[in-house]
Design a protein around this ligand. Structure first.
Ligand code: 15L
Length: 271
């Protein structure tokens, strides 16, 4: 896609660069900066033109301090991105977030775009339309850790003036895989639009916004985040017939079919 803004950053940092979304964003974010710093915890190959690779584990404070040096803004896709046992979530999404924000503060980084998740509110029902102003209802340790991340971002804005846009990303995939994703889907092009809007909106403080395309079915009201200027241009509607043919009925007694978090409400690592 052509860049949606001519605005360019000197150096952008993309964490989680070798993850699913990180790999998709890598060539797209290149267009908005002179240098794209790519980070992941393990080796993922060499840097290309206009890129530099710096490996760092989120739970290593010294490595994070070095990683955030000379960076204008961060797109934080790193950390655990699914329901997992508590130990990796604690390391990546709790300790890792504190290390990232401390490193950002010490290096005077101005803004973070944080990949939060719809699972912060996964225990709302699919017949409820909610907004970021509603209380969180995480559907597992993963959603809970993303709620922590959002609260941390709020603290660093209130206390230190470090801006964040927390993106409660729905389902950023090539196409919606099931009925639930007709509501939660966000195309990769719209994901780029949302991230670029979050990076370039002039004043954001700490803003929370749901990440979805312009889907006909929606559970999320982004009215309070209109100042970000995100205008989705895709819709899941063109996939509806195929999705409904694959999944003609829904079990209305299944917690995964009732709640916005889908299967996440059934997952978990409890004794
Ligand atoms: C997420 O937060 C996950 O990172 C992603 O893999 C999807 O499962 C997505 O939520 C979703 O809710 O579809």
């Amino acid at each position: 896609m052509d860049p949606v803004t001519p605005l360019r950053f000197r150096r952008l940092l993309l964490t989680g660069a070798a993850g699913n979304l990180g790999r998709e964003l890598r060539p797209r974010l290149r267009a908005y900066c002179d240098m794209l710093r790519l980070s992941h915890r393990s080796d993922f190959g060499p840097a290309g033109e206009g890129e530099e690779v710096m490996l760092a584990a989120l739970e290593d404070p010294q490595a994070m301090l070095a990683l955030l040096q000379d960076v204008d803004a961060v797109v934080h896709m790193g950390g655990v991105s699914t329901e997992q046992p508590w130990a990796p979530i604690l390391a990546g999404n709790i300790v890792g977030m504190v290390n990232l924000y401390e490193a950002a503060r010490k290096n005077k980084v101005k803004r973070v775009v944080f990949a939060s998740s719809n699972h912060v509110t996964g225990f709302y029902r699919q017949d409820q339309v909610i907004s970021p102003r509603d209380p969180v209802r995480p559907d597992g340790y993963y959603g809970l850790s993303k709620a922590f991340g959002e609260n941390l971002a709020q603290l660093y804005w209130d206390r230190h003036g470090l801006e964040t846009v927390s993106l409660r990303i729905g389902s950023s995939f090539t196409e919606p895989k099931d009925r639930r994703m007709l509501a939660t889907w966000m195309s990769y092009d719209d994901t780029e639009r949302l991230i670029v809007a979050a990076l370039t909106a002039p004043i954001v403080g700490h803003t929370v916004i749901y990440g979805m395309s312009d889907n006909k079915t929606t559970w999320w009201d982004n009215t309070g985040a209109r100042h970000i200027g995100y205008r989705p241009q895709d819709s899941s509607e063109r996939f509806r017939a195929a999705v409904e043919a694959r999944q003609p009925t829904i079990d209305g007694t299944d917690p995964a079919a009732i709640h916005q978090g889908g299967a996440f409400v059934r997952q978990g690592h409890y004794d």
